[in-house]
Design a binder for this molecule. Structure first.
Ligand SMILES: [Zn+2]
Length: 261
């Protein structure tokens, strides 16, 4: 059995499970899985899990049982960037004191990642513009689309931050998307786009590849289809990252470079 990576999302999942009063019955919740990657044992992908460091931080606000869902992809962000990913259960009126401390930490410049802000369109930006000495902290609302919208609209402690809207079709990571995803990007894919916008190409690419492998094996496991040969380019790319030989293969355009102000 693979060791479970000690990171914020796994710690939150273990804690959330411990306070559950009844067994978790979400789809796929009853199937035996690798505790580390949450894939069925025969499809375990732990061997290819990339782990990197980045300047950018992520703050995941997770809706209720989201950390316990095997299909959750916020966890993949913490897999790749364990040192700079935080995770909290979302609370409307009583946010965790550690969340408020993180948002107030002068090291970080927080952005709420969300497509629009109807109440105040002036908050919306498509660029990451950092003040001198600051690092970007990307707040991701991790849940279904209606849950994410609820978290966005009902979290007064986020209202003061700019809203970063990513246009994935303008980014190179978009070409690596897996087929048959619905119109909304998964949380890990949004994070991969955000990393690219922030100029963190290696981390963005590693996360997108890790998501692609997770997603392909999750789907294969559901129908008991063996991992196919079609995933070998993915495994090779992840192997290269893990051996430290990969260079990000993407070029940044004008719109995808972090700028200093
Ligand atoms: Zn595994």
């Amino acid at each position: 059995m693979k060791p479970i990576p000690d990171h914020a999302v796994n710690r939150l999942r273990i804690w959330r499970k411990s306070i559950s009063t009844r067994p978790f019955l979400a789809r796929g919740g009853s199937v035996p899985r690798c505790e580390a990657c949450q894939l069925r044992h025969a499809w375990c992908a732990c061997e290819w899990r990339p782990e990197l460091k980045a300047e950018a931080g992520f703050c995941l606000l997770m809706y209720d049982s989201e950390p316990m869902k095997p299909s959750n992809t916020g966890r993949l962000i913490a897999d790749v960037l364990p040192d700079t990913t935080w995770a909290f259960l979302w609370k409307r009126t009583e946010p965790h004191p550690d969340l408020l401390a993180l948002l107030a930490d002068p090291v970080w410049q927080p952005y709420v990642v969300f497509p629009t802000c109807e109440k105040n369109p002036a908050r919306v930006t498509e660029r990451v513009a950092l003040a001198p000495g600051k690092k970007p902290l990307f707040i991701l609302l991790d849940g279904t689309w209606p849950e994410a919208r609820k978290m966005f609209n009902m979290s007064p402690y986020l209202d003061g931050f700019p809203v970063l809207s990513v246009r994935p079709d303008a980014l190179s990571t978009y070409g690596m998307r897996v087929a048959n995803c619905d119109e909304h990007l998964c949380t890990a894919e949004v994070a991969a786009c955000v990393l690219e916008v922030a100029g963190e190409l290696a981390a963005g690419q590693a996360l997108q590849l890790w998501f692609n492998l997770f997603s392909s094996r999750y789907m294969a496991g559901r129908v008991s289809r063996a991992p196919g040969e079609d995933e070998s380019p993915l495994l090779q790319a992840l192997d290269e990252i893990n051996k430290g030989v990969a260079e990000p293969a993407v070029e940044t355009g004008e719109t995808s470079v972090a700028t200093l102000v």
